[in-house]
Design a binder for this molecule. Sequence first.
Ligand code: FRU
Length: 523
Amino acid sequence: LNYTEPYRPQYHFSPAENWMNDPAGLVYYNETYHLFFQYNPAGIEWGNMSWGHATSKDLTHWEERPVALLARGYPENVTEMYFTGSAVADVNNTSGFGVDGKVPLVAMYTSMYPVAQELPSGKNVLAEQQSQSIAYSLDDGETWTTYDAENPVIHNPPSPYGAEFENFRDPFVFWHEDTQKWVAVTVLASLHKVVIWSSDNLKEWSLASEFGPYNAVGGVWECPNLFQMPIKGHPSIKKWVLVLGLNPGGPPGTVGSGTQYFIGDFDGTAFKADPDNIHADNKSANWMDWGPDFYAAASYNGLPAGDDVVQIAWMNNWQYGATIPTSPWRSAMSVPRQLSLKKVNGKVALLQQPQHSWRSVANHQTLKHSWKSVSKGSTSLDSPGKAFKIDLSFADHDSDKSLASTFAIAVRASSDFKQETLVGYNFTSKEVFVDRRNSGDGSFDKTFASLYHAPLSANADKRINLQVFVDWSSVEVLGGQGEVSLTAQIFPEGNSTEARLVSTDGVTQDVRLRISGMDSAWH
Ligand code: FRU
């Protein structure tokens, strides 16, 4: 396999073949980053849900490993699928799974039982039931043993929600330092409720609290993620962030999946969102990403204390995920993102920056240019190819006859520019945008060819800063200090490698551009 098929991401993780969805079980242990993910060993559509596995030393170069948890009964008669979950290194062996001093990695996941059955533990489950189970590994994640003696360890939704047994899933487990307990965060997807549990040993769980519904409740709530971070510049103030997938019901202008977050406090029992993070209309939300292709975001467990939180998301959307024109695999992960909190205009904002190891594949084919003024119309650029990273900054302005109404860089463009993806800024609406209406193949879904936008104000120097990661089938935009993010897949022709600047209705001032070529992380 040489990872050179049409649309194959060059520095984003994708499985060699077959279907992938959510990242699950991101854990750093023994100087290795593990990435487990929802995986169908049998094909490029969702099914037979198992946990695929990849490892990395730097979060950019990945090696795919054997399937970690293969759907029980696969292939003839699947009786249990392993849905999304999380993993921890149980360094104190609270679970007792460790043997001879070997630290167990413990995964907690949703067991989805397609058929009613009595389990080896003697517990009974209904058809389509979702319960929470655990498994452990004593060889650094290579092979796993399910805890059949007791699974599922959280059998049923808490009362009075027993009827929700088909919509109870996605445990995110982590160690809560202050109370010295394990905490697991799950969802009652259709009720838009997060249910929080705690445990001393990862095996016996007690109900701690529930949260929601709040803010965006368009579809179901899935894949909760909860973590703590200091506020930059105020290291003694730490806040908790709860991240949730919504499907459908993403940000304005998107169709399908999306990701929202809440900033607040968590005492080991209850999560309480800050009052300014709750929107009374139950419609607006804090969007983690304003594009269509950022879902099921999960953070790493086990990072060295003091390191920033790092998240990876599924770079796809349930609206069209199963029909994107890639083969023999479907779906890639986002660039890993380093998260931080910072006070911006008096309010705590969640910032995203690319995790630094992308630099290990940046090559020396760098284009650097600045313009006092970019004229109205288009300005040609040398071809940056198919995989590169852009830093683009320019002066903001209020509307004025001689000045631009929008300014953008066109990437992955054909030589006649009939095909192009535009990443830019609208000076009138003060929004960053990604326009993939003419980006290439969009024939597989009628909602795909669209324009996405996110609000962004200029920084203190009255400038707009954009970082853009372009790969063979995606663009990821981080605006400002990372307070907005826009992620979108694109499927351009292989020979669409041109780029240009486009300033509409007038000039754009003080433009600085830097483009670094990106090599393949697979070779
Ligand atoms: C989210 C999700 C999860 C579920 C998994 C199944 O994308 O629907 O809620 O556990 O995918 O593959």
